[in-house]
Design a binder for this molecule. Structure first.
Ligand code: ZN
Length: 618
């Protein structure tokens, strides 16, 4: 059936009255691979998901559903239930939009495949993608009476194609403000549903920065429903607020909730009963077509994310602006208010320099990374040491003058890259990662050096200025031989989210209490260094009506101190790709304790590299 005919039929054919939650309760199975609680789906486990899901049922008159939900509350699964319901019960053309095409591909391969294979009624309707001519590809799944198309918000072509009755836009806060110069990806996608009288549009996300968050803007245009639950003591209905959670002596295990009506405090064990007795209440006038839902991690069912986990997260995050932002966004499902007015001040940073030995790794540091910026007549190099929770120490900053197209300059860089730094505990440490910007005029020289020093942790990087990029992305082979083929042991270049890293670092430079995320500078650091470090500021611009924040350099200022810190931080992010993120600091501490048995031997020629020709400008 053509989609046009489907659109026409949509207005005529009645569908039996079954809701998404009813469908999920009778058909959906959670796999042991993708779920902590495998087995049949039970909406009763997460009663707050019933109403948002049922607004997506054919029986509901709601057209747009907005879910601003915390992580670990079941948001993703409720979307999956809707997909299953559409395929099995209310077929029609459907568009599924992820932030990027790459993420859409991952979703198709990982989640959709398991949703289909583990739910028998769906497996019967979608042919395996292996079989030829099955109508089932990575980005398109055919089923009787409909089709599911997958795309990324970064592809205007993908957003523009055929009309769709159902549109599911996932993690909309990670969507670009503008796609290929054609405007807002959300409006672009929504245009495809206008011909359908019974269209359904689902937008979900954890929120991000206030005034920049799409999901918050969508929620504010909705009837703004909150989930009200009864107090176990007085029965008073209320929606759960972070400020009402209380604990003692920084001990997460003591976390209890204080009722806003009777001030009685109660433990989490009451949660299942509270969730069962809960109901969504609109807190703003409704247009009859849009339903908005907001839910924090405080509602997460027992056994998922506990109140104690949340207090623990909060205590770890509270001293560090970027970590606190992430807590507020992903745990509380609230936007973060960023302070654009205040700017990091060079003089204030100079004032807070400390006495420690440059060139020596402080006691609490566990890893060393180096950032290198390539200019036309010099390399700017910063050496940073890192401790738990990303506390950082500037160890050295140098400018090495010379011609980047000649070998001599790179030999001088070897002196830092292969240096054995003395740790405060007496052991020697080498840089784990050296990240060199390949974006300038000497790309092939950077590739060559990265190729030769691959075993020493040297990587070529390429900055990306777009927002919301991860600090470091997946590396891709770039080295080509004379015939244009990729070299087997060729250089790998890693995309670096410069904008993301700068936002993180500036958040950290603003706070003045040593500890998680704090950046230390030694007393020999000069004023010029801090002028460079603060040479950029964030400004607010509007692109086609959408606020966009952007880092701009003050005119004529130099900014290598900042760039090299950004690259050294990207080097730290690269370490997260090599270690288990949850235990990295324990692993690095153990490594330091034992001495690095796997220490790389320095190649001979670098042993004689000249050490005298360094120019240190401060
Ligand atoms: Zn009460």
């Amino acid at each position: 059936m053509s989609v046009w005919r489907a659109a026409f039929m949509d207005g005529l054919k009645p569908e039996p009255a079954l809701t998404v939650s009813e469908w999920a309760d009778s058909n959906r199975r959670l796999s042991s691979k993708a779920s902590a609680e495998p087995g049949p789906w039970r909406t009763n486990r997460t009663p707050y998901l019933r109403e948002p899901m049922d607004c997506l049922s054919s029986t509901s008159t709601v057209q747009r559903v907005v879910m601003m939900f915390a992580a670990q509350t079941g948001k993703t699964e409720s979307g999956a239930n809707w997909l299953g319901y559409v395929i099995d019960h209310a077929p029609g053309p459907m568009l599924l939009v992820q932030p990027t095409v790459e993420m859409a591909k991952r979703l198709s391969k990982q989640r959709l495949e398991s949703l289909v294979t583990e739910t028998p009624c769906l497996a019967a309707k979608i042919a395996p993608s292996r079989s030829r001519d099955s109508g089932n590809t990575m980005f398109a799944k055919e089923f009787p009476g409909g089709m599911m198309l997958l795309t990324g918000a970064n592809s205007a072509t993908g957003l523009r194609s055929t009309p769709c009755r159902y549109i599911f836009m996932d993690e909309v806060d990670a969507f670009p403000a503008d796609v290929d110069g054609e405007g807002d990806p959300v409006s672009l996608a929504e245009k495809r549903a206008t011909t359908f009288a019974r269209r359904k549009i689902l937008l979900t996300s954890t929120p991000t920065v206030k005034d920049f968050s799409r999901i918050e803007a969508e929620y504010e245009r909705s009837d703004q429903r909150r989930f009200y639950v009864p107090c176990p003591s007085c029965g008073g209905m209320q929606w759960l607020k972070w400020a009402q959670l209380k604990w003692e002596n920084n001990d997460p295990a003591t976390a209890v909730y204080e009722c806003e009506h009777c001030n009685e405090r109660f433990a989490e064990i009451h949660k299942p009963a509270m969730l069962r007795g809960g109901e969504w209440r609109a807190t703003a006038p409704s247009d009859g077509k849009t339903a908005g839902f907001q839910l924090s991690g405080l509602y997460s069912p027992l056994g998922w994310l506990s109140w104690a986990d949340m207090v623990d997260d909060f205590l770890r995050a509270k001293a560090d602006a970027p970590m606190l932002k992430s807590f507020v966004n992903t745990r509380l499902a609230e936007t973060w208010e960023e302070d654009f007015a205040s700017k990091v001040n060079a003089d204030a940073l100079l004032q807070r320099c400390e006495v420690y030995n440059p060139g020596r790794i402080p006691a609490n540091a566990l890893a060393v990374t180096i950032g290198v910026d390539v200019q036309d007549n010099r390399l700017a190099v910063s050496v940073w040491a890192w401790g738990r929770e990303e506390e950082g120490w500037l160890i050295d900053h140098q400018e090495i003058y010379g011609d980047p197209s000649g070998a001599e300059l790179w030999k001088q860089l070897d002196v830092l890259v292969l240096n054995d730094w003395e740790h405060d505990n007496g052991r020697m440490m080498r840089a784990d990662v050296t990240a060199i910007d390949s974006g300038g005029h000497f790309t092939s020289e950077v590739y060559q050096y990265a190729r030769e020093r691959q075993a020493q942790g040297v990587v070529a990087i390429k900055g990306q200025s777009q927002r919301n990029k991860p600090p470091i992305g997946k590396g891709s082979k770039v080295d080509l031989n004379a015939n244009g083929r990729t070299l087997k042991r060729g250089a790998v270049v890693y995309p670096v989210g410069s904008d993301t890293i700068k936002t993180t670092l500036f958040g950290r430079l603003k706070h003045n209490n040593p500890g998680p995320g704090y950046l230390h500078f030694h007393a020999q650091t000069g004023a010029e260094y801090f002028e460079q470090l603060t040479a950029e500021k964030q400004v607010l611009r509007y692109v086609k009506g959408f606020p966009v924040r952007e880092w701009v350099k003050k005119s004529s200022a130099r900014n290598e101190a900042l760039d090299t810190l950004v690259y050294a931080y990207a080097g730290l992010a690269r370490l997260y790709q090599r270690y288990d993120r949850r235990t990295i600091w324990d692993q690095l501490a153990a490594r330091l304790e034992q001495g690095d048995k796997t220490k790389r031997k320095a190649p001979l020629r670098s042993k004689q590299a000249p050490a005298a020709s360094f120019t240190s400008s401060w």
